[in-house]
Design a protein around this ligand. Structure first.
Ligand code: UT7
Length: 323
């Protein structure tokens, strides 16, 4: 079998139009703009209106990534999500069909906040095995639909959004994807069986996130034959600004190399990294040829990292329904 490498051919992201500020939340919860900003780095987030689904965001982000890649189709579709429109079936076939791709292989990936990187490893694997020459990978979430409105420990953190990439054959641009899991921590981030709302043990998760993200980022660099000095930008899962900064410190990376957008979008779970990359590319913070180290941690527990050489593409970043 001939193994093929993979590159990113297009990047897109879609956010819901409704902005929810910290003050909006403080009006009904025992919290404050000062607490949320200083403890998390989040200033506002975007939540869908009732009636807008994860699939709606996924379709818009997917269409934008395809447009960015200068194509209208792909050989396979993967959707990474924790908040599918329904628990069965997967939403990827529906998303693919709505994008005009009937007949292609399509499946969901469930790895919570590590979903995009698990999906990327899946996409690279489909290409390496010859099963597909191009893959549309979308990470889409509507965490607002599973947040307990009275739980200040989670309601202030999560936002909705979707990001997508088109992955295709090509050498050297997507480095080795290093992934891991530890199911003994499954209860730390969960929707308990039979319940409606998401629960998180914030403190324990915080500590595990810093440890696992630092270790797996170093593994991904080593597997790519790189060191921290080769990294132009750290693209960490936007869980908490303090987690991102702690990981950067452990890797010896200057704060100026840490990409961040959680001030405006919060933690969008699986969508976090592709939304961040699309935003950073669209605003010129990352440029073609830059070396990006992407790293995530989330429920499962799961974690992952990879290195990317940023492609020469125009990212398509926008708001759902606004073209
Ligand atoms: O995306 C998947 C991975 N997720 C993460 O990585 C999230 C990781 N965890 C975190 O980001 C942080 O743990 C949180 C932001 C969730 C919480 O921040 P913290 O600094 O760990 O706060 P804490 O849980 O230790 O709570 C400190 C205090 C507590 O009050 P007492 O017990 O000291 O009186 C909390 O009740 O802050 C209180 N608190 C709040 N106060 C105002 C917790 N949430 C809030 C809030 N507003 N929203």
């Amino acid at each position: 079998m001939t193994y093929r490498g993979a590159v990113i051919l297009g990047v897109g992201a879609s956010l819901p139009g409704r902005v929810v500020t910290n003050d909006d939340l403080a009006a009904r919860l025992d919290t404050s703009d000062e607490w949320i900003r200083s403890r998390t780095g989040i200033g506002s987030r975007r939540w869908v209106e009732p009636g807008t689904s994860t699939s709606d965001l996924a379709v818009d982000a997917g269409a934008r990534a395809l447009r960015s890649a200068g194509t209208s189709t792909a050989d396979a579709v993967i959707v990474a999500t924790t908040t599918p429109d329904r628990s069965c079936p997967a939403i990827a076939p529906d998303v693919a069909a709505r994008l005009g791709m009937i007949g292609v292989p399509a499946h969901d990936v469930a790895a919570v906040c590590t979903g995009f990187l698990y999906g990327l490893a899946n996409a690279v694997g489909l290409i390496a095995s010859g099963a597909a020459r191009t893959v549309l990978l979308i990470a889409a979430e509507t965490f607002s639909t599973i947040l307990d409105p009275d739980d200040r420990g989670t309601a202030v953190i999560f936002g909705d959004g979707a990001g997508a990439v088109v992955v295709g054959e090509g050498e050297g641009a997507i480095g080795p994807c290093v992934l891991g899991s530890d199911g003994t921590g499954a209860d730390l981030i969960q929707v308990p069986a039979g319940e409606r709302y998401f629960r998180m043990s914030g403190k324990e998760v915080f500590r595990a996130a810093v440890d696992r993200m630092s270790d797996v980022a170093l593994d991904a660099l080593a597997r790519a034959g790189l060191g921290p000095d080769d990294v132009d930008h750290l693209a960490p899962h936007q869980a908490n600004r303090r987690i991102c900064d702690a990981v950067a410190r452990r890797l010896g990376l200057a704060e100026s190399k840490v990409l961040a957008d959680l001030d405006a979008v919060g933690n969008t779970a699986a969508a976090s990294i592709p939304v961040l990359l699309a935003d950073a590319a669209a605003t010129g913070r990352i440029e073609a040829g830059d070396r990006v180290l992407a790293v995530a941690f989330g429920g499962g527990l799961t974690w992952g990292a990879t290195t990317l050489v940023w492609p020469d593409v125009t990212a398509d970043f926008g708001v759902l329904g606004e073209g």
